[in-house]
Ligand binder design. Structure first.
Ligand SMILES: *Cc1c(COP(=O)(O)O)cnc(C)c1O
Length: 441
């Protein structure tokens, strides 16, 4: 019988991975055992945290029943929200399929807790693209700006740290809510650790105790052992087709936080007076419960993929953000590939390794709201799900692809090997270079 290593290599070979690319990957992996153990330790802790929250709230088979119509007395929905609240250490939670995506969840949290005349402050620079229209930075009907909510922003210092002096100066009589984005999103700044967010919140509170601190938690859930709600955030907000849905939730968003904030969010999402009491689950709750249960290990798989990708491409001389040796605060890995051809080859590899739509080749296209063409690779079970293995980026210097997700580590590994294979196939990296890189460093 063949030993396992050999037959896996043969399998990969039959899928198009050359022995040279495979060997290079194994070389890199040999040095990552400790990093992966760290990731697993956090996953183990978070897995226990999720199970504990489910046990304390007595999750049982009746929680998985579908409700329709108004959805009054939806026991499963109520238990699910208690599970999220218990796990993230908050008084209350709103977890709904009626929240259509992360942007929607953020828009609900903001518009529910800001009134005309209030000021919204971002102390961490520009927010995620889609929030520009929510806030009214780019004009849009129904933006917060249209409703008389003003926006202020304090940029990060050049080294990516908080500009405390200017933050202090920006907090005034009208400052009502501070929004902190944990993940860098598609920017080049670093993502923030939960500890850093805690420090920032403590600083803001020392200046104005009544201010509401909200954290855009997208891509950050379960990367660390604590969430921002456990270091002082009044609300944390995210998407269920990212980390906390565990790849199983087909839609949805969450807001966890104080009773006072969440109550207002529920009134904004449904209607004043109705709040959290309505919202049929339509049979989706098994996926929400099971996805949340799986989320810690799914996030660990995605993190291993990100760490592997960082090491592979950094060793080959590309700039990667975060750097291979740096700590992780979200699941996103940027790789600056330096050319359009390399970007297209990388994305072709991710696509070719997918379980769904593997036979299509991603083509760059002009996306609304972007100045440059964008290329995207995704072969996902859930459309647009970025906890599943995916890569994308605008085609402009420094030709960076943003790589994220992977429901299993082995799929992430295959995707990264395939990306490198396609770059080699395109003649952009030679096998000699792989050999050289695997001996040095
Ligand atoms: C994905 C994301 C959003 C928006 O979520 P959608 O589900 O795409 O609407 C907001 N903020 C950050 C940091 C994100 O990564």
């Amino acid at each position: 019988m063949m030993d396992n290593g050999l037959s896996t290599q043969a399998m990969y070979h039959s899928m198009g991975i050359s022995p040279q690319v495979f060997a290079f990957g194994e070389k890199i992996l040999a040095g990552l055992r400790q990093r992966f153990e760290e990731v697993d330790r956090i996953a183990e802790f978070n897995q226990a945290k999720v199970i504990d929250a489910m046990q304390k709230n007595r999750v049982n088979a009746a929680c998985f029943a579908a409700t329709t119509g108004y959805g009054y007395d939806d026991m499963g929905r109520e238990v699910l929200e208690k599970v999220y609240a218990a796990c993230f250490g908050t008084e209350a939670a709103l977890v709904r399929p009626q929240i259509t995506c992360g942007t929607h969840a953020l828009a609900v949290a903001l518009s529910a807790n800001l009134l005309p005349g209030d000021e919204l402050l971002s102390p961490v620079g520009r927010p995620y693209d889609t929030l520009e229209e929510v806030i009214g930075i780019r004009p849009s009907p129904c933006s917060l700006r249209e409703y008389g909510v003003r926006y202020r922003q304090v940029d990060l210092l050049p080294d990516g740290s908080f500009d405390y002096d200017r933050i202090r100066a920006a907090i005034g009589e009208h400052t009502r809510l501070v929004t902190i984005q944990r993940s860098k999103g598609y920017q080049t700044r670093p993502s923030f650790s939960v500890a850093q967010i805690g420090e920032l919140i403590a600083f803001i509170r020392s200046i104005k105790p009544s201010v509401i601190c909200m954290v855009d938690n997208c891509y950050g859930e379960f990367v660390e052992a604590q969430e921002p709600s456990q270091v002082g955030a009044d609300m944390i907000v995210g998407s269920l087709i990212k980390n906390p849905g565990g790849g199983l939730a087909p839609i949805g968003g969450y807001i966890c936080g104080t009773e006072a904030c969440i109550r207002r969010c529920a009134f904004r999402l449904s209607a004043p007076g109705l709040g959290q009491e309505v919202g049929a689950n339509l049979g989706i709750l098994p996926a929400f419960f099971q996805g949340f249960f799986s989320a810690p290990t799914v996030v660990a798989s995605a993190l291993k993929g990100a760490i592997f990708a960082a090491h592979v491409y950094e060793r080959l001389g590309f700039r990667v953000v975060p750097g291979a040796a740096e700590g992780r605060h979200d699941i996103i890995q940027a790789v600056e590939l330096g050319s359009r051809e390399a970007m297209l080859a990388f994305c072709a590899g991710i696509q070719a390794a997918a379980p769904v739509d593997s036979y299509v080749r991603p083509e760059p296209w002009a996306m609304p709201g972007y100045d440059d063409e964008v290329v995207m690779a995704a072969g996902a079970f859930v459309q647009g799900s970025s906890i599943e293995l995916s890569a994308d980026g605008p085609i402009r210097p420094p030709f960076a692809v943003y790589f994220q997700g992977g429901l299993t580590w082995f799929h992430a590994k295959l995707g990264i090997l395939m990306s490198l294979q396609k770059i080699c196939d395109a003649g952009l990296i030679s096998y000699e270079k792989l050999e050289d890189a695997s001996v040095c460093g």
